[in-house]
Write a protein that binds this ligand. Structure first.
Ligand SMILES: O=C(O)CCC(=O)C(=O)O
Ligand SMILES: [Fe+2]
Length: 431
């Protein structure tokens, strides 16, 4: 499944799959949807769809019937309960936005129709009129987003359920429409879906809450639920997990509504943009069974590991550990914090206990550092007047001498270490 590197050529069907990003999206070439796909070709397209989660097919000059026929290969087509559709083909929605009909409701990260017990499996969108600029659609792999969470967070959200509601459409119903609204509430009675969904085909775990339709997480207090949902929604906005599709007329994009979120950029308003849209019925979302165990299902792309132990910033309270523990002679730079009030007065009247190591950072051995960096090291990030002056240089020299003495006292190897300190290395030798 993890074929994320080179493009794959399916010679038997002349279909070429070209991955677009680390985690999400592939462009498929060599498919002409004016004709039905052979079973072999369909399997290739289907597998790419599941693996890459979004597939992009350019130059598909097809009719809505052909688009419906393509969708129907994946399952029964679905009819949207709110969006205006073609009278004779209710499975087809025409999105036609312009100055008179501004785009609405899709400039928010969402999964289509999760207010249903069984949200669609896929949405297929084909561009007809494309604005000169803008109008891209963004996608986020929520399987990658899940994998990007820490084990502790994965354990925390394991087994949770969130309630979904057709909330963005509620304002469309006024006082006189109350009975209609009640009917819709009966038809779509706020399903609970797992916060982590297992993709029914790939087996991947997917972060399955979206800002457009979720209202709360079962079993949490209101503010806990709100905070956790905010955090989880935010995962869709991480660029690494995203694909941004630039449309051309006849570009067809199909997304796996079980594993991605999407967002339509409305930056083209008031220009015109028209799309034809078909959706495929899906099944009821299911979470991982039983108690939490780490996920072992292979997936497209690799989430990089968290920063290794020992290279993380040291938090307050850890800072006073003995320097010999904080020093690693392999190409490391020492960073120090000092009594800030004292330094702000530019007197640098330090006692040896007034500075402490705050972090250890990888750096090339013997690399020189600028005044600016030293200032930042000892004082924080803000530049203030006096930096670079002779007084400042003198202060830094004093500071470094104190550091040297301090380390000589506690670590006989310090003479060796200071060459790595990066910390005014040149001044140390010529001071
Ligand atoms: O207009 C688009 O690019 C996407 C709109 C959307 O959210 C949808 O069709 O489900
Ligand atoms: Fe959508």
């Amino acid at each position: 499944m993890a074929g994320q590197s080179a493009a794959v050529l399916h010679s038997e069907a002349k279909i070429r799959i070209r991955p677009l990003n680390g985690f999400i999206g592939a462009e498929i070439e060599g498919v002409d949807l004016r004709h039905p796909l052979t079973p072999a070709a369909f399997k290739i397209v289907h597998d790419a769809f599941v693996n890459y989660e979004v597939i992009v097919l350019r130059d598909q000059d097809i009719t809505v019937d052909q688009q419906m026929a393509f969708g129907a290969r994946f399952g029964e087509l679905s009819i949207h309960p709110f969006s205006p559709n073609l009278p004779d083909k209710p499975e087809v929605i025409i999105l036609d936005y312009s100055a008179d009909n501004p785009p609405a409701l899709t400039d928010i990260w969402h999964v289509d129709e999760t207010f249903r017990e069984t949200p669609p499996l896929a949405t297929i969108l084909r561009a007809k009129t494309v604005p000169e600029t803008g109008g891209d659609t963004l996608f986020a792999s929520m399987s990658a987003a899940y994998r990007g969470l820490s084990e502790r967070m994965k354990q925390h959200i394991h087994g949770l359920e969130a309630q979904h509601d057709f909330k963005p459409w509620r304002p469309l119903f006024g006082e006189s429409d109350r009975p209609k609204l009640r009917q819709l509430e009966d038809r779509f009675p706020n399903p609970w879906h797992p916060v982590v969904r297992v993709h029914p085909v790939s087996g991947r775990r997917v972060l399955y809450v979206n800002r457009q339709f979720c209202t709360r997480i079962k079993g949490l207090k209101a503010d806990e639920s709100e905070a956790l949902l905010e955090f989880l929604y935010r995962q869709a906005t991480i660029p690494e997990y995203q694909l941004r599709v630039k449309w051309q007329p006849n570009t067809l994009v199909m997304w796996d509504n079980r594993s991605v979120q999407h967002y339509a950029s409305h930056d083209y308003y008031p220009a015109r943009r028209t799309m034809e849209r078909v959706t495929v019925k899906g099944d009821r979302p299911v979470g991982p069974a039983g108690a939490y165990t780490p996920d072992t299902v292979p997936a497209n792309g690799t989430v990089k590991p968290a920063i290794a132990e020992g290279t993380r910033p040291i938090v307050e309270g850890e800072a006073k550990r003995p320097p010999d523990k904080a020093i690693n002679l392999g190409n490391l730079e020492l960073r120090f914090d000092i009594n800030r009030a004292c330094w702000a007065g530019q007197t640098l009247d330090l006692t040896l206990t007034e500075f402490k190591i705050v972090s250890v950072m990888a750096m090339r051995a013997g690399e020189d550092v600028s005044y600016r960096e030293i200032y930042d090291l000892v004082h924080g990030k803000d530049f203030v007047a006096g930096y670079g002056s002779e007084g400042f240089r003198a202060n830094v020299r004093t500071f470094i001498k104190r550091i040297r003495k301090k380390f000589r006292d506690v670590d006989p190897e310090f003479e060796h270490i200071h060459n790595y300190a990066g910390f005014g290395y040149r001044w140390l030798t010529d001071a």
